[in-house]
Design a protein around this ligand. Structure first.
Ligand code: NAD
Length: 681
């Protein structure tokens, strides 16, 4: 027996407990211990039934993902499950907390499953670029059918035990003393064996399988592992189970060492480390309950919804009655539409809205623990607002700015206690987008950063910590990306070609479609404000300015990089824009040339990698993998490609250096090669 597995006897029932805190992850030691325990159980004539249960707060909540990067050590999970199935005596699996991935597959290998109310069950393997590899795709369909299995496995869906009971995945649901109930249950099964593998293979209509598959593939953006998962699940209808299991294992092993799975593991670990700072003993972040949001515009209303949905009390304040009314309406409409579409119960919506207040009176912010301003992007307005906040807020409240580009140190310096000032940069729509940049200013107290991390965690967001620098992390990288795309326009590419190449790579949207959606005038105003300090020697692409001068501000004006007809979902190529682009090339004496999609994607990735090198050298980020997290969670970068840092590391420093030399030549004056050491530390 390994130290991760304990066994004890309750008369004729053997209890096998998995103890691998904190999540009882299925590791080599756990698998070996389980194997030994099953053999012991099988060979002990006085033990007539067994219970497998998790120690601590959970059953096996997943596999030890670190092991996935190496050859997997014996015994493999399928062998452990085979030993349980081959054992002539019944084994009951007792679930609490979470039974995910390999943990759930183990449960499917047992004769019956009993669960504590609230237990979360699922096969999330597809989110890591793989498929269940220990029988999940073969056993689950025998319980719930082909179509439902496609939905749950391909979506990596987690369900609660009550639903699992309804579906027939678990046999019994209890709400107290799980172990006692499991032992009684096991005893009632003595002399019986009920393996899922012996259930007849389910059959299904071609049309309904096709429908479920198409839905799953669409949601999963056609990822190859999801296609494989569907194939494995549908194999159940025609293949004997042992052949189905062997095929599934082979596919799992191939996917596990593939590039997508590697990239997704990189993202997984990069995201998981984000909350590590919170475990430091010296950081005891103040608990926040009441949030005040200043500004009831696009961002203010989104932030208010995000906070309300996480259970905070929210006060929304705006200086303007009409703007406040609009913001309040947006919040209410959001919950109304969730209720109407069945995504939220009316009771829950009412509970959220019960904690929502709004006002134009500053005195109301006195009870707030955290005040987030989302007023106009103007330094003087921000100063005025912070002055008002200081007059009325409690001395302990944390004060945050949602500014995209303004210098938060400059705002903090004018307050009487800059240690409580920080940036909380949400992305639009704030109730949807996962990313938050937490901006650490010169004087921000570590406890304020810790409180912000905890706040982000409760919101269900993915935070990265940035120093206070222009554009923080994400917008800095995105600016380098867009600049590179503009260079390519000038050199010979067209907007639709660049957008198609990047969407083909997996970006949610191409840069020019994004620009049209967010409005070209915002970036134009920014460029005008920076014009005086711009180095005239640097390469500057005038195309966006020319479009703005022609009144083409994007979707809202019906014209931008594309032309938009009323109600159309996407824009159409506009010959006028192509002519503007060609004239811009001619004005600089450039001979236009053609681009392949591959070249477009490579240049974009290299430009991003280079900018990340700068961000690290300038100490804007302390861990470069935060940049990958920011791009995936805030900028539509395809998660399964890992992010620029992952790509740089895969490429290797030498190749990267030479490709960046080439990019520097193509980009011309103003492109500064970054020191890349920080990406390879
Ligand atoms: P918005 O124009 O939609 O809303 C601003 C609101 O602030 C208005 O309702 C206005 O009445 C109110 N306001 C202005 N001055 C005020 C004052 N002195 N006191 C109280 N209320 C005042 O703007 P937005 O798009 O929500 O942006 C707000 C902030 O968030 C800006 O700093 C912006 O840079 C930042 N931001 C915007 C986005 C985005 O995509 N819109 C994304 C991230 C960050």
């Amino acid at each position: 027996m390994t130290s991760k597995i304990q066994i004890h006897r309750e008369a004729d029932v053997m209890v096998i407990t998995v103890n691998n805190p904190p999540i009882n992850a299925g590791s080599t030691e756990v698998r070996q211990g389980l194997m030994d325990a099953i053999h012991l159980f099988q060979n002990d004539p006085s033990a007539l039934a067994a219970v497998i249960i998790g120690g601590g707060n959970t059953f096996i909540a997943g596999s030890d993902i670190k092991e996935f990067s190496q050859p997997l050590a014996e015994p493999h999970l399928p062998s452990v499950i085979a030993a349980i199935e081959d054992c002539p005596k019944p084994v009951v699996c007792a679930l609490h907390g979470a039974a995910l991935g390999g943990g759930f597959e183990l449960a499917l290998g047992c004769d019956t499953r009993i669960a504590q109310e609230g237990t979360v069950i699922g096969l999330p393997e597809v989110t890591l670029g793989i498929i269940p590899g220990a029988g999940g795709t073969q056993r689950l369909p025998r319980l719930i059918g082909i179509e439902k299995s496609i939905e749950l496995i391909c979506g990596g869906v987690r369900i609660k035990a009550a639903e699992a009971l309804k579906l027939g995945i678990i046999n019994k649901l209890v709400n107290d003393d799980l172990l006692m109930h499991a032992i009684t249950y096991a005893r009632s099964l003595i002399g019986q064996k009920s393996r899922i593998r012996d259930i007849a293979a389910p059959q299904a209509e071609v049309a309904s399988v096709l429908e479920a598959s198409q839905k799953a593939l669409k949601a999963a953006k056609n990822r190859p592992n999801v296609q494989q998962a569907i194939e494995m699940i549908t194999n159940v209808m025609t293949m004997p189970i042992d052949q189905g299991l062997a095929t599934e294992r082979e596919v799992f092993q191939t996917l596990r060492v593939g590039m997508e799975a590697k990239a997704l593991r990189h993202q997984f670990f990069a995201e998981r480390k984000l909350f590590k700072a919170l475990s430091a003993d010296e950081l005891k972040p103040k608990s926040l309950e009441q949030i005040a949001v200043i500004g009831a515009g696009t961002m203010g209303s989104g932030i208010a919804i995000a906070c309300l949905s996480a259970g905070y009390s929210v006060l929304m304040l705006d200086q303007n009655e009409a703007a406040l009314g609009n913001g309040v309406k947006k919040v209410r409409d959001f919950y109304d539409s969730r209720v109407a579409s069945g995504k939220l119960s009316a009771d829950k919506a009412a509970a959220f809205l019960n904690r929502f207040t709004f006002s134009t009176q500053w005195a109301k912010i006195a009870s707030a623990d955290l005040i987030i301003e989302a007023v106009f992007e103007d330094m003087q307005v921000k100063h005025d607002v912070f002055q008002k906040i200081e007059q009325h807020a409690s001395a302990e409240a944390l004060l945050a700015s949602n500014t995209s580009y303004l210098n938060i140190d400059e705002i903090a310096d004018r307050t009487s206690n800059p240690s409580r000032v920080l940036g909380l940069h949400f992305f639009s729509p704030a109730q949807v987008m996962k990313l938050i940049e937490i901006v650490r200013c010169k004087a921000t107290a570590p406890s304020a950063i810790a409180a912000a991390l905890q706040f982000a965690k409760r919101l269900g967001k993915t935070p990265v910590i940035s120093a206070n620098a222009f554009g923080f992390i994400g917008n800095r990288i995105y600016a380098a990306y867009r600049r590179q795309c503009e260079f390519m326009l000038e050199e010979g590419a067209y907007p639709e070609q660049i957008d198609q190449a990047l969407e083909g790579y997996g970006f949610a949207m191409g840069p020019f479609a994004v620009a049209d959606m967010s409005g070209l005038d915002i970036a134009w105003a920014m460029r005008k404000s920076l014009a005086a300090t711009r180095n005239p020697e640097h390469r500057y692409v005038k195309i966006p300015d020319t479009l703005c001068l022609a009144g083409r501000f994007g979707r809202k004006t019906g014209l931008g990089y594309y032309q938009y007809s009323q109600g159309a979902k996407s824009g159409k190529v506009d010959p006028v824009v192509n002519a503007i682009i060609e004239e811009a090339s001619a004005a600089k004496g450039m001979t236009r040339r053609s681009f392949t999609s591959q070249e477009i994607v490579n240049r974009v990735l290299l430009a991003m990698i280079n900018e990340i090198g700068h961000l690290y050298s300038e100490k804007v980020v302390s861990d470069v993998t935060d940049c990958d997290v920011a791009l995936v969670n805030g900028y539509g970068f395809p998660r399964w490609c890992g992010g620029p840092v992952f790509i740089a590391r895969e490429m290797g420093k030498e190749k990267l250096e030479s490709e960046l030399d080439e990019l520097a030549k193509q980009s011309g004056p103003g492109f500064i090669r970054a020191n890349l050491d920080g990406l390879f530390e």
